[in-house]
Design a protein around this ligand. Structure first.
Ligand code: ZN
Length: 453
C-alpha cells in the first residue's frame, strides 16, 4: 500500500475534536495540502470471511476510513440524509453515505462543494462517501422510466410504444432527457434549463464533489426496452466506461491536493444473461493505460424474483478481489439474496423516504404508525430495536407527532428505519463470520414476512 493521504479538512484530527459520535468537529476553512499524486494504491479491499459459493465479508479501505462489508450505505441525496444530523447517522452505525451527483451538480454546484473541501467536509460527515454518476437521475427523472426492482412494477407503464419505439415517455410526462452516443442532454427538474452530461463531465462533477467512491457514467435502460436497444445501450455504456477511466486518470493526476477517489464501473444488461455476463467481463478486464476500475456497481433494471440470479451472473464474471455495490436495494429478503450472490455494499432511499410517510420496519414486518392501534402503544416502535428512537420514545408519541404533522416525526422514524437496515446488514456480516448466515436468514425473513424466504 502506498502513501496514506491526509484529509484536506482536519476537523477530526485536531486535539479536543471528534470525541464520540456527537462531535464531528467544528467547521474550519478548507485548505489545500501539497502532496504527491493520489493513487489507487491508497485504497483497497480485503476479504475476511466467506460463506457458501459466493457470500463474503470484507473491508473496503478509503482515505476517510474503512467500511466493513457487507454494508448498507444510507442515501443523502443533496448532501443530507433528510431530517437527520450526520452525528445521528454515525451513532446509528452508518459507515458511509451516498449522495447524488445530479442533484448536487444542479444545486449548489460541484465547484462550490469542491471549494468547501469536498462532500464530507461540506456536510460535516467525516466518514467515507459515495456519489452516483448522475446517469440514473438524468435519464429517469421525468423521462417515463420506472424503477423496476419492486413488486409494485405492473408492466403497465412501458418505456416503449405500441409501434416498438424505445424512447416513449410516460403518459402525461414531458421527455426531459435525450441520449446520443456522446452523452445525454436533459432539462433541470428545478427550472427546466438545458444541461448536458457526458462521461467526462460526470467524472469532472464527481471529482469536484470529492467522494471516496464514484461510479462510471452509464446508460439506464428498462426491462421494457427491446433486446436490440439493450445491446446498443450496453455498447454505449462500455465505450463510456473507457472514457470515464481516461478522464478519471487525467483528473487524479491533476488534483494532487485531494485523496484518491475510487472509480467503480457499472454493469448493465437488464434481464439478459449473455449481456450481463459480457458487461461484467468487459468492465472487469478494462484497462486504460494501466487504470482499471477499483470496484463495480450492479445497476439497471432488475426484477425482484430474478435479483439473485442476475447478481450471480455478474459476480461469476467479475474479478473476485474487487468490491461490488448493488444500487438501490434495502428490502429484507433482497439483502439476503444479494449478499448470498456475492454483493458487498448497497444503498437505497427507501428507509428514509417511507419513514417520512409514517412507515416503519419492525422485526415482524413493515407497519404504518398513523394507525389507531398505536395511539396508546406506550412502548417502543419495536421492542427489539436498539435505536435512539426506540430507546427514548414510545410508538404512541411518534403516532401523535405524525397526526399533529410535526417535523420530529420524520427525524425519529428515519433514525429508526436507517438503524433497522444498517443493523440487519451488520448482523448478516457477523453471520458470515461465524457461519450462521442460513439460520439468520430463515429466522429473520420468517419473522418479517410470516414465512422464511
Ligand atoms: Zn428503533
Amino acid at each position: 500500500m502506498g502513501r496514506r493521504p491526509r484529509r484536506p479538512l482536519g476537523g477530526e484530527d485536531r486535539p479536543g475534536r471528534g470525541e464520540g459520535p456527537w462531535d464531528h468537529g467544528a467547521v474550519t476553512a478548507p485548505h489545500a495540502d501539497s502532496a504527491a499524486a493520489p493513487s489507487p494504491a491508497d485504497v483497497g479491499f480485503e476479504i475476511t470471511a466467506r460463506h457458501g459459493d459466493k457470500a463474503r465479508a470484507g473491508v473496503i479501505t478509503t482515505p476517510h476510513g474503512a467500511i466493513a462489508t457487507p454494508a448498507f450505505v444510507p442515501v443523502g441525496t443533496k448532501a443530507t440524509v433528510k431530517s437527520v444530523l450526520p452525528e445521528s447517522m454515525t451513532a446509528l452505525g452508518g459507515q458511509a453515505l451516498l449522495a447524488n451527483a445530479y442533484h448536487l451538480y444542479l444545486q449548489p454546484g460541484h465547484d462550490l462543494v469542491d471549494e468547501a473541501g469536498g462532500l464530507g467536509a461540506f456536510m460535516n460527515w467525516p466518514g467515507p462517501t459515495y456519489t452516483d454518476s448522475g446517469g440514473f437521475q438524468v435519464m429517469s427523472l421525468g423521462a417515463g422510466f420506472q424503477k423496476v426492482l419492486s413488486s409494485e412494477f405492473s408492466g403497465g407503464e412501458r418505456a416503449r410504444t405500441a409501434n416498438g419505439e424505445d424512447d416513449a415517455v410516460r403518459e402525461g410526462k414531458e421527455r426531459l432527457a435525450h441520449v446520443d452516443d456522446d452523452g445525454v442532454t436533459f432539462r433541470s427538474f428545478i427550472n427546466g434549463d438545458e444541461h448536458r452530461f457526458t462521461p467526462e463531465i460526470s467524472m469532472q462533477i464527481q471529482h469536484g464533489l470529492g467522494a471516496d467512491i464514484m461510479f462510471a457514467f452509464d446508460e439506464l435502460t428498462t426491462l421494457m426496452n427491446s433486446r436490440r436497444y439493450q445491446e446498443q445501450a450496453l455498447e454505449r455504456t462500455r465505450l463510456w466506461a473507457l472514457r470515464c477511466l481516461a478522464e478519471h486518470a487525467r483528473l487524479t493526476a491533476e488534483r494532487t491536493h485531494r485523496p484518491y477517489q475510487q472509480l467503480w464501473g457499472v454493469i448493465q444488461g437488464a434481464q439478459y444473461e449473455d449481456l450481463r455476463r459480457r458487461a461484467a467481463r468487459d468492465l472487469g478486464a478494462m484497462d486504460v493505460e494501466g487504470w482499471a476500475f477499483d470496484g463495480f456497481g450492479i445497476g439497471g433494471a432488475l426484477e425482484k424474483e430474478n435479483l439473485g440470479t442476475i447478481v450471480g451472473w455478474v459476480t461469476d464474471e467479475l474479478p473476485e478481489a474487487r468490491p461490488r455495490h448493488l444500487l438501490g436495494i434495502s428490502e429484507v429478503d433482497d439483502l439476503f439474496v444479494a449478499i448470498a450472490a456475492g454483493a458487498d455494499t448497497f444503498d437505497c432511499v427507501s428507509p428514509s423516504r417511507v419513514a417520512r410517510n409514517s412507515a416503519v420496519y419492525t422485526r415482524t414486518g413493515r407497519v404504518n404508525l398513523t394507525g389507531s392501534r398505536y395511539r396508546r402503544q406506550f412502548a417502543p416502535i419495536d421492542e427489539t430495536c436498539d435505536c435512539y428512537t426506540c430507546t427514548h420514545y414510545t410508538a404512541a408519541y411518534v403516532h401523535h407527532l405524525f397526526r399533529a404533522k410535526e417535523m420530529l416525526s420524520s427525524t425519529l422514524c428515519t433514525i429508526h428505519n436507517e438503524r433497522f437496515v444498517v443493523r440487519l446488514v451488520d448482523r448478516i456480516r457477523a453471520s458470515l463470520q461465524d457461519g450462521s448466515f442460513d439460520a439468520l436468514r430463515e429466522e429473520t425473513t420468517g419473522a418479517y414476512y410470516g414465512q422464511a424466504r
